[in-house]
Design a binder for this molecule. Structure first.
Ligand SMILES: [Zn+2]
Length: 287
C-alpha cells in the first residue's frame, strides 16, 4: 500500500507462526477495508502460509511450523547458508522485504494466556519506540533465544544504533477472541509512531489514552537442556517471585533458581522442549 506523500517503508508480518492467527485477521482487516497510509509504503506479509494451511482446530498447536521455527532463522549465516526447510524457503523470499523496511512489526500470540506485550529487543531504541507507541501497556526488553535470531532482531533491527526499529507484539493467547482486536490496535499504534498515519480510521477500535506502560528488562533466558524439565508451579506470565534463590524449575538434575529478589517470569513455555526457551527472567524497571 502506498500513501500519497513520501515516508517510511513499513513491514508488518503475521503468521510467522502458522497457528497465531490474530495477526492475519488484523492484516485482512486492513486489506478489506479502505485503509491507506497517509505517507510512505506499507507492506503486509503473511509469512508461514503453508503451516497456516495445515491448521486443524482439533490439534491447533501443530500448525506452528512445518519443519522448523520460522522465528529462529533470521541471521545472515542461516539465510545465506545451504540448509533447506519449508520455513527457510519462505524466509529467504521475505528477506528482501525485511531489508527494505525502515520499521517492522511482527504480530504474534502466546500459547498460555498472558497480557498483551511488546518485545522491544535488547536496545534502548526499542524501549523509546515502545514509549512512542504507548500500547500495549507491557513492554519487555529482551535479546531473543539461544536457538536462533528472531525476525525482529534481523540485521540492522538488532543493532543498538541506527534509525531502523522493529517490534514484536504478543497479542494475548492464540485463540482468545480479543487477540485480533489487540493486533489491530497495535498496528495502529505502530503506524502512528512511524509517522505513517495521523489518525486511527473510524472503523478501528479506539486506542486507549496513553497511560502508564510497564517496562520489564530481561536479564537472562533459561534454555532447556534436558528431556526432564519441569516447572515448580503453574506459572503463566509476569509472576513476581519475591526472594532470590527460589526454585522455579528443575532441568534434569539442575535446579533453576531466581537470580534476584522480585524476579519476573516472562512467558514460561507451555510444553518444555530441549533446546527451546523455558522462560525469561527479568525485572520491572522505571519507564
Ligand atoms: Zn509466535
Amino acid at each position: 500500500m502506498q500513501g500519497k506523500a513520501p515516508g517510511p517503508t513499513v513491514l508488518i508480518s503475521a503468521l510467522i507462526h502458522g497457528n497465531e492467527i490474530c495477526g492475519a485477521v488484523a492484516l485482512d482487516h486492513l486489506l478489506t477495508s479502505s485503509f491507506l497510509p497517509a505517507r510512505g509504503r506499507l507492506i503486509l506479509a503473511f509469512a508461514n502460509v503453508d503451516a497456516y494451511a495445515r491448521f486443524d482446530s482439533a490439534r491447533p498447536y501443530l500448525a506452528r511450523f512445518i519443519n522448523e521455527d520460522m522465528n529462529r532463522l533470521w541471521s545472515a549465516d542461516i539465510l545465506g547458508g545451504r540448509q533447506k526447510s519449508a520455513e527457510l524457503t519462505r524466509a529467504r523470499a521475505l528477506r528482501p522485504l525485511a531489508e527494505k523496511a525502515d520499521f517492522l512489526l511482527d504480530l504474534h500470540s502466546t500459547s498460555l494466556p498472558a497480557p498483551a506485550m511488546l518485545l522491544s529487543g535488547a536496545h534502548k531504541k526499542g524501549q523509546a519506540f515502545a514509549r512512542r507507541m504507548g500500547y500495549p501497556s507491557y513492554v519487555v526488553a529482551d535479546g531473543g533465544h539461544s536457538a536462533g535470531v528472531r525476525l525482529r532482531d534481523f540485521s540492522d533491527f538488532g543493532e543498538p544504533a541506527g534509525a531502523k526499529c522493529a517490534m514484536l507484539v504478543e497479542c494475548g493467547q492464540h485463540f482468545d477472541s480479543d487477540s485480533p482486536t489487540v493486533a489491530l490496535k497495535t498496528v495502529m499504534a505502530f503506524l502512528l509512531a512511524c509517522g505513517m498515519i495521523d489518525d486511527v480510521p473510524e472503523d478501528i477500535p479506539l486506542l486507549p489514552r496513553l497511560g502508564r506502560q510497564q517496562f520489564i528488562e530481561v536479564s537472562e533466558t533459561v534454555t532447556i537442556r534436558s528431556d526432564r524439565f519441569t516447572f515448580s508451579g503453574e506459572f503463566q506470565c509476569f509472576e513476581i517471585i519475591p526472594k532470590a534463590g527460589t526454585q522455579i524449575a528443575e532441568d534434569g538434575s539442575h535446579k533453576i533458581l531466581t537470580p534476584y529478589d522480585d524476579c519476573v517470569l516472562v512467558m514460561p513455555a507451555r510444553q518444555p522442549v530441549r533446546g527451546h526457551t523455558a522462560v525469561r527472567l527479568g525485572r520491572f524497571v522505571a519507564g
